[in-house]
Design a protein around this ligand. Structure first.
Ligand code: MN
Length: 554
């Protein structure tokens, strides 16, 4: 390769120089190789740079020599370099940032020794409106990327409970960086305190491994969840950027399975990739970070329910312990690392109380009949299902209370777990007490109620059994009251009330229906909000579960 040359890049002349200069002495990686890397990576890199004000981090003599940051687009600025004017923060004047919107600009910047590309979280001209949230997971030695992997997985779980997807990349330096794509209208005034609340909540729940405070001395052996990058004045290293380390590592998108593996094997090398490997990965996997640019997620709902005040309340509840004692039996029977069933506990009740019948294809097929009371679901297992005529009495075995969230659980409980088999939401709606006061009725063993479901409408009763056949005290009978109902057809009997799927179809898919909130389009707004709230209130518990299953570090 010649020392100096004019490269013809997309019809533009870009002068390049000192191509044989060693940029990474330990790896023998030259400036020419650096340029070649950026040119080859451009198809996936440029979309992430597009319209984002760029801070250059220039290493004119390689990674072992002095470097400098450059916000102001260097002069002379070639005509193909687009720029964007951004007002200085708390100072008069403005800065003309480069926008690396095309390949000639990328090559030109690289030739200036711009080894690292640092970009805004927002796009010109809307520099006040971030399109994403970032958490920089920065390990304080002796912690490393393995501990970051653990924190990233907690973060992902937390966001999953908020209904938000998170993507992850290695910083290419020491840690990992988690991105929450938004691509919907928001401001830093919203994202910054939100990110801070998330980091603080994580610290409260996992104080042994997480700090949310920047102070260096607090970080030793822990992971700083740096939320402060979510600011108009900050830039973050762009995905696929090289890093100025001993070797040419790249800020590389990761699959979550790779993060899990890194944690399991305690091997941080599993999440770090050098330039050559990075190019091969992209060839094979494409741009794993593409959703950061395209996935539309709304922070508004999460914001309403996850303000800093809420964080405090939420973590306090968790730190106090399990709280709702009536679900201890439910929790004790389940390993939430194995089953997708909700571990959530209860909800603030709406005006109308919920009822649900879940068809459960377990060791023996049965129907689980549940009535909302005091924020949980009182539950009975009905082997033959609800009767539709007055002559039929159906045995109903009272079982442990289930969390409110369970009402919309549809999916498969894996083999070897309590209740293994497929669960369908067979009917769902509201119930109304027609008899004595509900708590009184439960105590005396007589409940009379009206169901307003999709399949079942009308009056039923639950009556506790007495005598020799009632050996456990949990035997009840489910009876039809009022007028008879047309028998349920075989087709209706095998049809989910929320997804329209058959048991077989549900069994064939392993999705966690209850968290998706997307397919069940028939929910009304109140219910939607209710389930969202309950997801939040269960956040602390879920994190606690995640903590229990965490691999012991160190
Ligand atoms: Mn069951």
């Amino acid at each position: 390769m010649p020392k100096n040359a004019i490269l013809k890049v997309e019809g533009k002349d870009v002068p390049v120089s000192n191509l044989d200069k060693i940029y990474y002495p330990k790896a023998g990686f030259t400036k020419g190789e650096m340029l070649a890397y950026y040119i080859k990576m451009a198809p996936v890199l440029l979309p992430h740079l597009k319209n984002r004000p760029l801070t250059l981090k220039r290493y004119p003599n390689g990674v072992e020599a002095p470097f400098f940051y450059e916000k102001q687009c260097p002069k002379p600025t070639p005509p193909f370099v687009k720029t964007c004017q951004v007002a200085r923060h708390h100072k008069p004047g403005s800065i003309q940032f480069c926008l690396a919107n095309n390949l000639p600009t990328l090559v030109w910047a690289a030739n200036l020794g711009d080894l690292e590309l640092h970009t805004f979280l927002s796009k010109a001209p809307n520099v006040h409106k971030p399109t994403q949230i970032v958490f920089d997971l920065d390990p304080g030695p002796p912690a490393n990327a393995v501990q970051c992997a653990q924190v990233a997985l907690w973060l992902r779980e937390m966001f999953s409970n908020l209904g938000l997807e998170v993507l992850i990349k290695s910083s290419g330096s020491k840690g990992l960086q988690a991105y929450v794509p938004l691509n919907t209208p928001t401001t830093y005034a919203e994202t910054s305190p939100f990110a801070k609340a998330v980091a603080q909540a994580l610290e409260k729940v996992h104080p042994e491994l997480v700090v949310s405070d920047m102070k260096k001395d607090l970080r030793r052996g822990k992971v700083l969840v740096d939320w402060s990058q979510n600011s108009e004045t900050k830039t973050t290293v762009c995905v696929y950027s090289l890093r100025a380390r001993e070797r040419p590592f790249v800020s590389m998108p990761l699959e979550w399975s790779e993060v899990e593996k890194c944690l399991k094997k305690k091997d941080e090398s599993l999440v770090f990739f050098e330039a050559g490997e990075a190019l091969k990965r992209v060839e094979k996997k494409g741009d794993l970070f593409a959703p950061v640019l395209t996935l539309k997620q709304n922070l508004k709902d999460a914001l309403n329910l996850f303000s800093p005040g809420q964080t405090k309340k939420m973590t306090k509840t968790r730190l106090k312990g399990t709280g709702d004692g009536s679900l201890s039996a439910y929790s004790a029977k389940r390993d939430f690392t194995q089953t997708a069933e909700p571990s959530g506990k209860s909800k603030a009740s709406g005006k109308k109380l919920l009822f649900v019948i879940q068809k459960h294809d377990a060791t023996r097929l049965h129907y689980d009949f549940r009535l909302e009371l005091d924020g949980v679901l009182k539950s009975w297992a009905v082997p033959k299902g609800p009767p539709t005529d007055m002559k039929t009495k159906r045995l109903a075995m009272m079982v442990e209370d289930h969390p409110y969230d369970y009402a919309r659980f549809e999916g498969t409980i894996p083999e070897g777990n309590y209740g293994a088999g497929t669960v369908m939401v067979w009917d769902i709606g509201t119930w109304e007490n027609l008899g004595p006061e509900s708590h009184e009725g439960l105590k005396t063993g007589k409940l009379h109620f009206r169901l307003n479901g999709k399949k079942l409408k009308g009056e039923w009763a639950l009556v506790r059994m007495h005598g020799p056949r009632a050996t456990t005290g949990r035997e009840w009978l489910l009876l039809k009251h009022g007028t008879a109902l047309k028998p349920i057809s075989a087709k209706q009997d095998d049809l989910s009330a929320i997804s329209g799927r058959s048991l077989k179809q549900i069994g064939g898919s392993s999705n966690r229906q209850w968290t998706s909130g997307k397919k069940a389009t028939d929910r009304n707004t109140r219910e939607e909000k209710g389930s969202f709230k309950s997801r939040i209130s269960s956040l602390g518990r879920q994190l606690n579960q995640a903590k229990k299953r965490a691999v012991k570090l160190k």
